[in-house]
Each structure stands twice: as structure tokens, then as C-alpha cells.
Design a protein around this ligand. Structure first.
Ligand code: HEC
Ligand code: HEC
Length: 331
């Protein structure tokens, strides 16, 4: 910040190197739209605004932009240099200054409604739902895999950029997309309410992961793994695995325990092949194969779901699901 202020002060007098580096608008646009930044979840794909204010055509300077990103005025989390550099911030400011103003903001990705329980209302109004969806699925699964306590969650939310790399290995070269939330804006009491809602009302999820890949010919392999830590992670009980049978194909053979045959499924709007297994404990993998009479027209048509009866929410049906689809062939 100090250097930045100094450069700004000198701008009228010097042809500084910063000035020579005219921001690349096209590169800034693709950075904004890329999966490296999730700002768009709150500000809209084109900066039209949603849960966060509109940015397009507002003419915010690089300094104004930088002030907000590093030291947000309100509920927005703060982002550090490794997530978005000063030069990239200047590029984004220039990109949005180049766009026309937008008349109407977009709708929130997950709207705040009066019928939500208090914990979920805190979760949605603090912005979490714009990235994590209405029911906090990914963190509930990570927490369920390790029985994560509130102290750890606090670290992951308030000191995300330092705590997250210790909590979970990052893919090399990838950036953290969540910022650091300010405890003066999102109070510890509110965060505890969110934690309790996730743990006690919805319940933590078993940390299941499913993969579908070609095995040989028109035979495909499905592996369902519980990535939880043994002794800590939740076991999924009463597990149902469904694979949608692509239009025009029939099932010629299957392998794996608990095969129940093919039936019409309302949710999938078509035929599904189904397996049921009593439990998948941490570090267990259940392997299945399905052979079809013909390959799907589009590889992405081969997809399915994993659902489980327990653990589930305190009240009502268990709507938790892990969706999977054919992995694109390795290059
Ligand atoms: C969780 C939703 C959320 C995310 C994610 C988010 N913002 Fe924001 N942003 C807001 C809100 C809400 C405000 C209004 C001020 C505040 O609450 O701090 C804001 C304000 C701003 C402003 C100031 C706008 C003005 O009118 O002065 C800028 C610039 C900005 N955000 C840029 C970004 C960038 C860049 C990113 C990604 C690195 C980002 N935001 C991510 C919600 C978000
Ligand atoms: C801008 C999108 C975004 C917002 C807003 C956001 N998160 Fe995240 N969160 C992520 C992503 C993406 C990760 C994975 C690590 C990363 O890339 O930063 C993550 C990781 C986490 C983790 C670590 C556990 C895990 O499953 O990886 C917790 C806990 C978490 N978020 C809680 C919250 C809470 C609570 C809020 C609201 C106060 C929130 N997040 C708001 C995107 C977001």
C-alpha cells in the first residue's frame, strides 16, 4: 500500500513504469471470467451487480478498487496479493471502466428468504451461499470427513488464506478463491450459528467422491470412495448409486455388489441402473462397472448420483447428493 500511495503521488510528475504498463483489457476480462476468481458470484459475470454492487461503467479508479479488495468497507471478504495482485486489480478497474453502465443488477445466486432458519439466513446474508450454494455442501463434506470443530472453522473463515493451505493441500499453481472474512462484520456469534446449522440441522456429510471413466469398449467403471479420515470421518449408510442409461442404449452387464437392475426414475427422467450398498466407511472404495449396448452419443450423457439415508438432517428427507459424470479422456 505504501509503495502504491507513493507511485500515485508521483504520477503527475513522472512517466512512471506503472503508467507505461497500460492494463490489458482483454486479459483482465478473461481473468474475471476464469475459475481463478469467484468475484463474479457476487458481482455478476459482467460486473452488473447481484449480491455485491455493480462494477461495470462505474468508473472506479484502480486506487478505489484496491482499497475495497484489500480492506473492504462492509461484508465482502478481503483478498490478498497471492489471490489478486495490485497490477491485476488495476487491470480489473480498467476493464470495468471500459464497460457501459448496467441498468439492472442480476438476481442473487441464492436469495435470502424469510422462511430460512436463522443459521441459514446468517449464511446467505454474509455471502457464503453465493459460492457454496444454499446448503453449504462442500464444507459440510470436508467437515464430515474429519469431524472439524468450530475453532478450525473460525480459522478457515477469518484467516482463510493462511489456514487453508495447512488444512488441505492446494493444487500447484491454483489460487485460493475465498477471501478472509472480517470478524467485526461477520461476528463469531453469527459464524457459530452457521456452524451449528451445518452440523446439527443439516448435519455434516460423509466425504464421498464418485468417478466414472471408460474401462474398455462400452464398459465404464464407477468408483465411489469415502475420503474421510478413519476414526474421525462419517460413514455413509444405506447408499444408493444410480447411473442414467443413455437414450438408445441398454445395459448388457454389470459388476459390483448390490446390483438392483434398471428402472424408470422420475428425477433422472429416464432409466437408471441402480446399486445399493449398506455402508461406505472412511477410506473404503466401492467399485462397479456397467456395460452398455452402445456408447452414449455424448460422453457427458453418462452420469449418475450417489445418495445415502444416513447421516442426514435432523428433520425431513435427506436431499444430499453427489453427482458424477464421465471424466473427459486423459490427453
Ligand atoms: C461474498 C460476495 C462478494 C465477493 C466474493 C466479492 N465481493 Fe466485492 N463487494 C461485495 C459487497 C457486498 C460489496 C459492498 C461493500 C462491502 O460490503 O464491502 C462489494 C464491493 C466491491 C467493490 C467496491 C464497489 C463500489 O461501489 O465501491 C469492488 C471494487 C469489489 N467489491 C471488487 C471485488 C473483487 C475484485 C472481488 C474478487 C476478488 C470481489 N469484489 C469479491 C461482495 C462481494
Ligand atoms: C468467493 C466465493 C466464496 C465465498 C463468498 C465463501 N467461500 Fe468458502 N470457500 C470457497 C472456495 C473456492 C473454497 C476452497 C478453497 C479456496 O479456493 O479458497 C472455500 C473453502 C471454505 C472452507 C474450508 C473447507 C472446505 O470445504 O474447503 C470453509 C470452512 C468455508 N469455505 C466456509 C465459508 C463460509 C462460512 C463463508 C461465508 C462466511 C464462505 N466460505 C464464503 C469459496 C467461497
Amino acid at each position: 500500500m505504501k509503495t502504491f500511495a507513493a507511485v500515485i503521488a508521483l504520477l503527475p510528475f513522472l512517466a512512471s513504469p506503472v503508467m507505461a504498463q497500460t492494463p490489458d483489457i482483454a486479459a483482465s476480462k478473461s481473468l474475471w471470467e476464469s475459475n481463478n476468481l469467484f468475484c463474479k458470484n457476487c458481482h455478476g459475470k459482467n460486473g452488473e451487480g447481484a449480491m455485491g454492487p455493480d462494477l461495470a461503467g462505474r468508473g472506479l479508479s484502480a486506487a478505489q478498487f484496491q482499497q475495497e479488495v484489500r480492506k473492504p468497507w462492509g461484508v465482502m471478504p478481503a483478498f490478498v496479493e497471492s489471490q489478486l495482485s495490485d497490477a491485476e486489480i488495476a487491470g480489473l478497474a480498467a476493464y470495468f471502466a471500459s464497460l457501459p453502465k448496467v441498468a439492472e443488477p442480476a438476481a442473487w445466486r441464492v436469495p435470502l428468504t424469510a422462511d430460512m432458519p436463522a443459521g441459514q439466513q446468517a449464511y446467505v446474508s454474509q455471502g457464503c451461499a453465493q459460492c457454496h450454494g444454499a446448503t453449504f455442501d462442500m464444507p459440510r463434506a470436508t467437515f464430515g470427513g474429519r469431524n472439524t470443530d468450530f475453532a478450525t472453522m473460525k480459522e478457515l473463515v477469518y484467516n482463510h488464506t493462511t489456514a487453508m493451505p495447512k488444512f488441505e493441500e492446494q493444487r500447484p499453481g491454483s489460487r485460493l478463491r475465498m477471501g478472509n472474512f472480517n470478524p467485526l462484520r461477520l461476528t463469531e456469534a453469527q459464524l457459530k450459528e452457521i456452524y451449528d446449522w451445518a452440523k446439527n440441522d443439516l448435519g455434516f456429510r460423509p466425504e464421498l467422491r464418485a468417478e466414472l471413466a471408460p474401462a474398455s469398449g462400452t464398459t465404464y467403471a464407477i468408483n465411489v470412495t469415502n475420503n474421510g479420515e478413519p476414526g474421525k470421518g462419517l460413514t455413509a449408510q444405506g447408499v444408493t448409486i444410480n447411473v442414467v442409461v443413455p437414450a438408445g442404449a441398454t445395459v448388457t452387464a454389470t459388476t459390483g455388489d448390490g446390483y438392483k437392475g434398471v428402472h424408470m426414475d422420475e428425477k433422472a427422467k429416464g432409466n437408471v441402473a441402480e446399486w445399493q450398498v449398506p455402508r461406505i466407511a472412511p477410506k473404503d472404495t466401492k467399485a462397479f462397472t456397467i456395460s452398455l449396448s452402445q456408447a452414449p452419443a455424448n460422453p457427458a450423457d453418462l452420469k449418475g448420483t450417489v445418495r445415502w439415508k444416513k447421516p442426514g438432517p435432523k428433520t425431513g428427507p435427506n436431499n444430499d447428493v453427489v453427482n458424477f459424470a464421465m471424466r473427459p479422456p486423459a490427453r
